[in-house]
Design a binder for this molecule. Sequence first.
Ligand SMILES: NC(=O)C1=CN([C@@H]2O[C@H](COP(=O)(O)OP(=O)(O)OC[C@H]3O[C@@H](n4cnc5c(N)ncnc54)[C@H](OP(=O)(O)O)[C@@H]3O)[C@@H](O)[C@H]2O)C=CC1
Ligand SMILES: CC(C)CCC[C@@H](C)[C@H]1CC=C2C3=C(CC[C@@]21C)[C@@]1(C)CC[C@H](O)C(C)(C)[C@@H]1CC3
Length: 454
Amino acid sequence: MEGKGLRAENGVWKRAVGMWVGGPEGSWAVGMRRGPWWTAAERTPDAIAPASPGAAALMLLLPATMFHLLLVARSGPARLLGLPPYLPGPEVLWSPQMLLLWLTWLGLQAAFYLLPARKVAEGQELKDKSRLRYPINGFQALVLTALLVGLAVCAGLPLGALPEMLLPLAFAATLTAFIFSLLLYLKALVAPASALAPGGNSGNPIYDFFLGRELNPRIWSFDFKYFCELRPGLIGWVLINLGLLMQEAELRGTPSLAMWLVNGFQLLYVADALWHEEAVLTTMDITHDGFGFMLAFGDLAWVPFTYSLQAQFLLHHPQPLGLPMASVICLMNAVGYYIFRGANSQKNTFRKNPSDPRVAGLETIPTATGRQLLVSGWWGMVRHPNYLGDLIMALAWSLPCGVSHLLPYFYVLYFTALLVHREARDEQQCLRKYGLAWREYCRRVPYRILPYVY
Ligand SMILES: NC(=O)C1=CN([C@@H]2O[C@H](COP(=O)(O)OP(=O)(O)OC[C@H]3O[C@@H](n4cnc5c(N)ncnc54)[C@H](OP(=O)(O)O)[C@@H]3O)[C@@H](O)[C@H]2O)C=CC1
Ligand SMILES: CC(C)CCC[C@@H](C)[C@H]1CC=C2C3=C(CC[C@@]21C)[C@@]1(C)CC[C@H](O)C(C)(C)[C@@H]1CC3
């Protein structure tokens, strides 16, 4: 039988492409092209990675959840766990104009990506010892988008009409994510073995389509994963929020305090991500995961249309918010941001230059790889202090929506599950990388995210 896939040998997985033949130890391949060697931990990107029925189910469930949230947010009862008020027909979802608008948005962001950058950064070392180069101009793209949208609004663009277009726009984004992932899957068929990601190359087409086969798919210097991770989705998210704020102003004369807070907090988060764009090059999404349906849909559809849920909810369910409560929520967001930024910057500074005076005094554990692990400062408090800060901010984004509904807390629930899963994956990889030193770190810093609790 002709095939390609993975085979375990002494706990190490080998990627193989060639002819499968039966043998005393099971099947093995003849005339194989050997790819990079991956350990079992590297092979699956998720501790609970879905098998193909799981992947197929998620490909339906994730878009269905997104449409459910969009429909429920505008319904009177706004019940997260209830049925949507109606099932939209094709005439509600499909609109060639909205598809064109969405493609124009992607094209605009792609054009901003290609503009000269203030810096070109090098990514992590790849399996073939090379390093890719990435333009650092995401913040510039945010500023240019703001200028362009500002001019267009002054010229009469009805941005307040955007909330009415969310359903067909989300449909267009989902459709493009499917088509795009299919093209990425086909592109990976001709990619060299060294360009493939550790996960997403099981040989099962559905599973591989879902997780993504190629690590850094590119055409010339245009890196699709890096582009999608930060720009169209994150900038689209703040633009949708702004449209919701403007429509609220049209409906009620002025935006509510709750709407201002949600817009302000989330704009800060997005601006921060783009300002520190270079840091994304060390995240596992860029260094480890393939680019398939999960990330394409996550970046292009899930982020803009579900992360704006609080503002969507507020437009249809105005909430009273007094100044004292608003101050408490602002303080909470500031504390969350302080921890999130402090922890991320401390680790990035340390990884770039351990002798930097800002981190040189911190206590560390040496590892066999020559790298060190921080064991004091933020990283001595819990093993994922950046996740803690992110979760505190997530709560601060939902609180302006009051406590009468569960719906605006969807992000907190989803994000907790995502980060707990992510933390398990990351720890698995760190254990493989650092072995005993990682065990020592876990002994010295026993809590993962929340001190004395988890
Ligand atoms: N809003 C959203 O939807 C999402 C937001 N995020 C956020 O993205 C940010 C990045 O998260 P993520 O990519 O998961 O990973 P992290 O930034 O937490 O990085 C994990 C890596 O840090 C290094 N590390 C771990 N412990 C130490 C230590 N003690 N000392 C030095 N280095 C250490 C290890 O890599 P190495 O040793 O190789 O350097 C490890 O693999 C987080 O703030 C997270 O909250 C993430 C996912 C979704
Ligand atoms: C659709 C699925 C349920 C899940 C898809 C997950 C993706 C939405 C997230 C995976 C990692 C992400 C990161 C960010 C956004 C969400 C996704 C794409 C991030 C860009 C948010 C801003 C942060 O500051 C960051 C550190 C740059 C984040 C990097 C990871």
